[in-house]
Design a binder for this molecule. Structure first.
Ligand SMILES: Nc1ncnc2c1ncn2[C@@H]1O[C@H](COP(=O)(O)OP(=O)(O)OP(=O)(O)O)[C@@H](O)[C@H]1O
Ligand SMILES: [Mg+2]
Length: 612
């Protein structure tokens, strides 16, 4: 019997998980039915084959009738052949079944993750989500492939053998049962003990892997601090711990198998002697029955062993399944907005294609879209009790550039998160053209807001593809025009492969300034009426800074723009500058008026204080 090495791999709510699972397999109920039938056949054929030993031996030892022997042999061959054939077929069908079920699960998992609110991504690690896609789906596949069918097959075999054994001789079967009971108790007892060693081993392994993962990701930092030697030392220590834990776990685990083997041989020996005596005394009718009986006893060990092994893999699969289902059933992003934003032509008629003109559409009418954004008395906290936005009012009209400045952690990015509804305000409201953004469909709202995020993310693919992400059906000319607008064209052209340069892992082969330029081009191509630019904090060289500045300025023309600037030189020409501190508006006004009032902005601008 296998030892349970996965101390934690147990589903917490088995019923709920199974109910959800039924939905997935329900769709393939016909295939499942065929598999269930096919699975029973090999089990029954093996039982029958072993049972046939009795008439075979009896015929051979009594009259030796050759034609009768040949007939029996043919039957046995036929029975085994049927068993093997159906096993072959059901294995193929099960592999297919597992794949279609996993396909559905994988698709649902991915689709659902796309619907989750930003809050989820802010509070869960990438590794955690990734592990559901890799480890969890893999162990569900394993369980479906290996455990599920064999479980049925072995169950049928064990029950069948039990019945036959008792029918042949109940006295001998009681002895056999007694031995199995002892073996089972022994395995349970030592399984429990070895679980302790195995969980120690797992913990050590988890720590070692976690350490290696962290170090490999931070290799640049480690080299720059020349900490390689320390890191190696820690790694060796952790490796040694794992080695010790594994050694004791294995020593213990491996001592169990010989013991169980010894017990089963002892059982076999005793039953053989007792059985022989019973044939002599006439309590068992013939030698054929005893032979068949003894073979059943030998065979019984195998399905019992495998069944316990498979139960572990099955439970493991169920626990993984539960984690996947928990993700799939997480509350998606709520969208109660009813008002749509549609494209219109110059005579305010709704059109399908992108015109650059928009209108709000509710049940009755089309209302012109202007793009006046207003945040009124907003209060917000990510974590309850820690207010991050404290009664903020900001307004930006179409064509205006509103600059948000303030030290790190002041709440600038948070304001942006509230405008495009990555998060919702706790109190107060955000409106566009007087309409509360909660009443606008989220997708529509986001499609009229272009964002250059503080942390640019570029995808694996060419530069052209990355810019096209803002407008999937854009032509090459549009891509170039957008890049020109964003002042990205000249550096892209200087790359050996130009627009076809393939960006690897988040654009690591570009400088951070270049990454931002591409992000700006990506927004430029989507031509949104509202623009939000969250400047990257990482400093770029003066030349690139000027490029970014130029790119942004070109992009801002005619749009409502919110700029989060870390360099005050870039905000001078804003319609309004808002100075934030600790989630509050400290002062606001034009560059001139703020300089005149000699407050925080003045001291920041004149270099008396620095933005931190
Ligand atoms: N996802 C989050 N969960 C919890 N707290 C957060 C989260 N994001 C930001 N905060 C907190 O909210 C506050 C404001 O953060 P925000 O990102 O808005 O600052 P910021 O002004 O954009 O700073 P920076 O100039 O460094 O970009 C900080 O105290 C920060 O710790
Ligand atoms: Mg920020």
């Amino acid at each position: 019997m296998a030892i349970d090495r996965s101390a934690k791999a147990r589903p917490k709510n088995l019923r709920k998980t199974l109910k959800h699972f039924l939905k997935y397999i329900g769709k393939h109920s016909r295939l499942l039915f065929v598999i269930s039938i096919l699975v029973i056949i090999p089990a029954v054929s093996q039982l029958y084959g072993t049972y046939m030993i009795k008439p075979l031996i009896n015929t051979a030892t009594s009259n030796g009738d050759k034609s009768e022997l040949a007939r029996l042999c043919l039957i046995v061959a036929g029975v085994y052949l049927t068993g093997v054939t159906s096993a072959f077929i059901y294995m193929q069908l099960i592999a297919r079944f597992a794949q279609v079920v996993i396909y559905d699960m994988r698709r649902d998992l991915f689709n659902h993750i796309q619907e989750l609110p930003i809050k989820y991504f802010d509070t869960h690690s990438y590794g955690e989500m990734m592990s559901s896609f890799t480890n969890d789906l893999e162990s569900v596949t394993d369980a479906l492939n290996n455990s599920f069918a064999t479980l049925i097959q072995y169950f049928v075999q064990i029950v069948g053998m039990g019945v036959i054994l008792f029918l042949f001789s109940w006295e001998l079967s009681l002895v056999v049962l007694g031995f199995y009971f002892i073996m089972f108790a022994y395995i349970m007892y030592s399984g429990k003990k070895s679980k302790l060693y195995y969980s120690r081993q797992q913990k050590a392994m988890g720590e070692l892997n976690g350490f290696a993962d962290e170090i490999l990701r931070g290799e640049k930092t480690i080299k720059s601090f020349t900490s390689e030697k320390d890191v190696i030392k820690t790694f060796v220590n952790k490796s040694e711990e794992l080695e010790k834990a594994s050694a004791s776990a294995l020593t213990y685990g491996n001592s169990m198998v010989p013991m169980v083997v010894f017990l089963s041989y002892l059982n076999y020996g005793i039953v053989t002697v007792l059985g022989g005596l019973m044939v002599i005394s006439g309590r068992i009718s013939d030698i054929g029955t005893l032979s068949s009986y003894l073979i059943f006893v030998r065979q019984a060990a195998s399905p019992i062993n495998r069944l316990t092994g498979n139960i572990n893999s099955l439970l493991n699969g169920l626990a993984s399944m539960e984690r996947v289902f928990n993700l799939i059933t997480l509350e998606p992003e709520i969208d109660q907005g009813k008002i749509e934003i549609v494209n219109v032509d110059s005579s305010m008629t709704e059109v399908k294609e992108k015109t650059g003109y928009y209108a709000y559409k509710d049940e009755k009418q089309l209302i012109k879209f202007n793009g006046n954004v207003k945040m009124e008395n907003a209060i917000f906290s990510y974590v309850s009790g820690k207010v991050v936005i404290n009664d903020i009012t900001i307004e930006g009209e179409a064509g205006e550039k509103i600059a948000l400045v303030g030290s790190t952690g002041a709440g600038k990015t948070t304001i942006v998160n509230l405008i495009n509804r990555f998060y919702d305000v706790d109190e107060g409201k955000v409106t566009v053209d007087g309409i509360n953004i909660k009443d606008i469909k989220k997708d529509d709202l986001r499609s009229v807001i272009g964002m250059v995020l503080q942390e640019t993310h570029l995808f694996y693919g060419t530069i052209e593809d990355n810019i096209k992400f803002g407008k999937l059906d854009a032509s090459h000319e549009e891509v170039v025009a957008a890049a020109k607008l964003a002042s990205a064209d000249s550096f892209i052209r200087r790359l050996p492969q130009g627009y076809n340069t393939v960006l690897t892992g988040d654009g690591e082969n570009l400088s951070s300034g270049q990454r931002q330029l591409i992000a700006i081009a990506r927004v430029a191509i989507s031509n949104p009426p509202i623009l939000i630019l969250d400047e990257a904090t990482s400093s770029v060289d003066t030349y690139t800074e000027q490029l970014i500045q130029k790119g942004m300025d070109m992009l801002m023309v005619g749009r409502t723009t919110f700029v989060i600037a870390h360099r005050l030189s870039t905000v001078r020409n804003s319609s309004a500058i808002i100075v934030l501190e600790n989630g509050r508006v400290l002062e606001s006004g034009t560059h001139e008026s703020l300089i005149k009032s000699r407050g925080k902005y003045y001291s920041l601008y004149t270099g008396k204080t620095e933005l931190t």
